[in-house]
Ligand binder design. Structure first.
Ligand code: PXG
Length: 465
């Protein structure tokens, strides 16, 4: 039997999965007792599972299937490239057409003078590259002591040792003795959870100025770069106050440090522009790209580098860094086809002018629910905070994620994928959502939140902590 096309029953697949497959970010014992949800196919914005359920995917996989599922053009591009040249490397004075074409296309699409691309297999690897790039850059400029990278608590920059160190996830740091040396974390611009009585504007400025204070405390001669996501994604879709990014940009302009925008989630249309940096007026020296670069159809990531940084690196001898799959020809061909579709079908224009405004209006209506403390959205990425007490923006007394997990499960039961981060529910749907899909999404989200509310009441969990 061909297990891929004519698969065994769900229970058998679940048993094999639990016996042999170690999952990322999963409590494996719990998975073994409940059984994994098994996705067998997908079209447009819908998944089909092994029991035949059709589910609206409001997370675009893991924030990546920007053009939606089932685009044959990408499958054809991959097959063509596999026949022509399935693999060759880009090391040791060698190159190939897909990597060259993709680098040129990205240089055209990227803002400012981000004209140089270093390829990786995903976002974590690209951020590892960024750490090595910025330290090598300062060493090449005669300042090898400029090594510290400032990041933020509750940031997500990937899961390799270095990328998880850059990130500010305490649960990740607790496993395996992270972070590595010379990474410094400041607080996040999460007004809802941490703003207290400050206005969002004052809080945003205050949090940005922590960067200035950190540079002063560490010594500017030791700081290489600041890295941040325009909107924190895995941290719960935290949209910073409007004052935050202009103040960060001012500080980066005044100080001799590089600014890295991690656009792994915000890139390729997610915020209603090609890049989140355009939405927030950020002028980075380096950008991290992945996910939407290929709409998840093939693994690929990249560091986009400014003219100035690239020139210093180019004249500093050999950069002793690279991955077997840097610029992989099949991934590059798939990414190029994805960019062609995004551009020629004007998908991001439609998001900006039509779908995002409609989604925003409908998404914000969720804040009318008694258990929703805020509903925020930028382009096609949004979140709601669940709370037992709206006026106080209070967290629940139960361990964080208790209510979020109930809501996530209610969503699945209602044929909607929404992710929870603690007790925030988040969406990042494919950009090709229609108005009718938006209506279905909101109707299912409201119903799931309402069922969660009833369940929380029943279990006596509607208590502020
Ligand atoms: N930077 C950002 C901003 C990300 O969101 C990475 C880097 C790492 O990319 P790779 O391709 O190495 O995974 C990410 C990835 C979640 C979730 O559940 C989010 C990510 C990955 C897996 C799960 O929110 N983001």
């Amino acid at each position: 039997m061909n297990m891929l096309t004519n698969h065994p029953p769900t229970s058998e697949l679940q048993a094999l999965d639990a016996a042999h497959h170690m999952h990322p970010f999963t409590a494996n014992a719990e998975l073994a007792s409940r059984g994994a949800r098994i996705i067998t196919s997908a079209r447009g914005v819908h998944l089909t599972d092994s029991d035949g359920n059709r589910i609206l995917d409001a997370m675009a996989g893991l924030w990546c299937v920007n053009i939606g599922y089932g685009r044959d053009e990408l499958a054809d591009a991959a097959a063509r490239q596999m026949r022509e040249l399935p693999y060759y490397n880009t090391f040791f004075q060698t190159s190939h057409v897909p990597a060259i074409a993709l680098a040129r296309k990205l240089a055209e699409l990227l803002p400012g003078d981000l004209n140089h691309l270093f390829f990786a297999s995903g976002g974590s690897e690209a951020n590892d590259t960024n750490i090595r790039l910025v330290r090598h850059y300062w060493a090449a400029r005669g300042k090898p002591e400029k090594k510290v990278i400032i990041s933020r608590r509750n940031a997500y920059h990937g899961s390799t040792v270095a990328a998880a160190s850059l990130g500010g996830m305490s649960a990740m740091h607790a496993q395996g003795g992270l972070p590595i040396p010379d990474i410094h974390h400041i607080d996040q611009p999460n007004w809802y959870a941490e703003g207290g009585n400050l206005s969002p504007e004052d809080f945003g400025r205050e949090r940005a100025r922590q960067l200035e204070r950190a540079i002063e405390e560490l010594g500017e001669e030791r700081v290489a770069a600041f890295i941040a996501e325009p909107i924190q994604g895995a941290g719960g879709v935290i949209v910073p106050p409007e004052t935050y990014w202009p103040e960060i940009q001012r500080i980066c302009d005044e100080r001799e440090i590089l600014l890295i925008a991690d656009e792994v989630i915000c890139g390729f249309g997610r915020t209603g522009n090609w890049f989140g940096s355009e939405t927030f007026g950020i002028r980075p020296d380096i950008m991290t790209l992945a996910k939407g670069l290929s709409s998840g159809y093939a693994p690929i990531g990249a560091s986009a580098v400014s003219d100035e940084v690239a020139e210093v690196i180019a004249t500093a001898g050999e950069f002793s860094h690279g991955y077997t799959y840097s610029g992989h020809p099949v991934s590059a061909a798939v990414a190029l086809e994805n960019l062609r579709i995004l551009e020629e079908e004007a998908i991001i224009d439609t998001v900006r002018s039509e779908i995002a405004p409609y989604l925003a209006e409908r998404w914000r209506s969720l804040a009318e629910h008694p258990m929703v403390g805020e509903a925020v959205i930028v382009g096609m990425v949004g979140s709601v905070a669940l709370t037992p007490d709206k006026a106080a923006r209070a967290p629940f007394a139960s361990p964080p994620g208790t209510i979020g997990t109930i809501c996530r499960d209610r969503c699945f039961a209602n044929k909607l994928v929404m992710r929870h981060v603690g007790d925030r529910m988040i969406i990042a749907p494919p950009l090709v959502l229609t108005r009718a899909d938006v209506d279905v999404l909101i109707e299912r989200a409201w119903r799931s939140i309402d069922e969660t509310w009833q369940e929380a009441k029943r279990q006596g969990l509607l208590v502020a902590g």
